[in-house]
Design a protein around this ligand. Sequence first.
Ligand code: URP
Ligand code: ZN
Ligand code: ZN
Length: 456
Amino acid sequence: MFDIVIKGGSMYTPGGVIVGDIGVIDGIIADVQEGGGLDGDKVIDAVGKCVFPGFIDPHVHIHLPFMGTNAIDDHESASKAALVGGTTTIIEMICPGPEDEPANSFAEWKGLAEEGCCCDFSFHLAVVRFDDLAKEQLRDLVANEGVQSFKIFLAYKGALDMNDENLFKLMQLCNELGVTLTAHCENAEAVDSMQKKLLAEGKTGPEWHEPSRPRSVEADGVNHLCSFAELTGATIYIVHTSCGMAVDRAIEARGRGVDVTVESVAPHLVLDKTYAQRPGFEGAKFVMSPPLRDKVEHDALWRGLASGAVTTIGTDHAPFNFNGQKDMGTDAFTLIPNGIPSIQERVDLIHTHGVCTRKIEMQTMVDVCSTNVAKQFNMYPQKGAIAVGSDADIVVYDSNFVGTFKHEDGLSKIDYSGFEGMERKGRSDVVLLRGKVVAEQGEFVGEAGAGLYISR
Ligand code: URP
Ligand code: ZN
Ligand code: ZN
């Protein structure tokens, strides 16, 4: 007898899609039976539904002091939003300032997540300070705290960016420690020059954000990072890739033997730069970096996902209110806090715009939003699989659900939705985290602060 049985769904297992039952004991998947026949104290009917491994978001910001303000979510609100959207594990970016010690920052972020996070969580640790003390602490965090990935910003000149001397040395340290280097790739100097030029010409509105950091700026950043990885042998992961030109630079480097993985994020697959051109400063809601591009880039990214050039989809959830935060940039687009949140909407956006339009297969959605992330970041098969022995993080998904994305349905604290009024196909009907039902049909029914740190 199992604690819970999930009955009769189409289960996406590592061996393929099979119809049958999952038995859960003590939060772990104890049996996966094709054809069914399992009994449990509690039975969840999944007939006619898809049954997926819990989705994993490889790129979120929750505690984020950035551009003179703080992102508006806390761990409780962001993780509730994640769970109702089918995401059971998040990897948050720890983003310290240039003076902060990595050990203190890790403790600060972990403490906040342990207090409030309702889903499981892990971290990428941004390296901004890189002196001897920082290096020593980075070594210690990898050895003793299960940190397995660092993050750098080739962007945000004067705030978070890193010079080439330190980039080279950091990559050598990554090799020594067996750590993946995740990176925001743009040419920070070029962005700075373009911003100054546009502002001097009186081009101050949100619609000028994209022209200040065009595709070539991003492709140059990717190329730069890949060149350094080629020289050092570092393993790199490029976050929020927004356009075909940037993907191409990474794939060329892969052809030269560089160990490079490419991530895209939901806003770049669904929204285009015309959103940032909306009148009356409305466009500020759609300012993120790299920026939203021409619609044609969506196809380049979907093709990349279908071919395996792009292997993960995150959100880059970075919520800043329209009123009181985005409007810090009414006089200059350079002062608009960057970010378009989608931690709740990600899976349904990918289902609606990728699977339902036949740009990618359902299996690809599962891979890029769950399994590949777990494999890439050392969480597999604890996470990312419907398999005996894996955590019972399970999503019963209604792929026939039809609705509309609405801000009023969101559990994030953000005061707008970037997807307001857009058609929505699909919904996570029942979400289990380690064998406990935590979300049902868009409502959070779990326990606040029940998320666990995933040491990698
Ligand atoms: O616009 C973005 N992406 N905001 C969050 C910070 C970052 O660059 O990831
Ligand atoms: Zn970034
Ligand atoms: Zn980010």
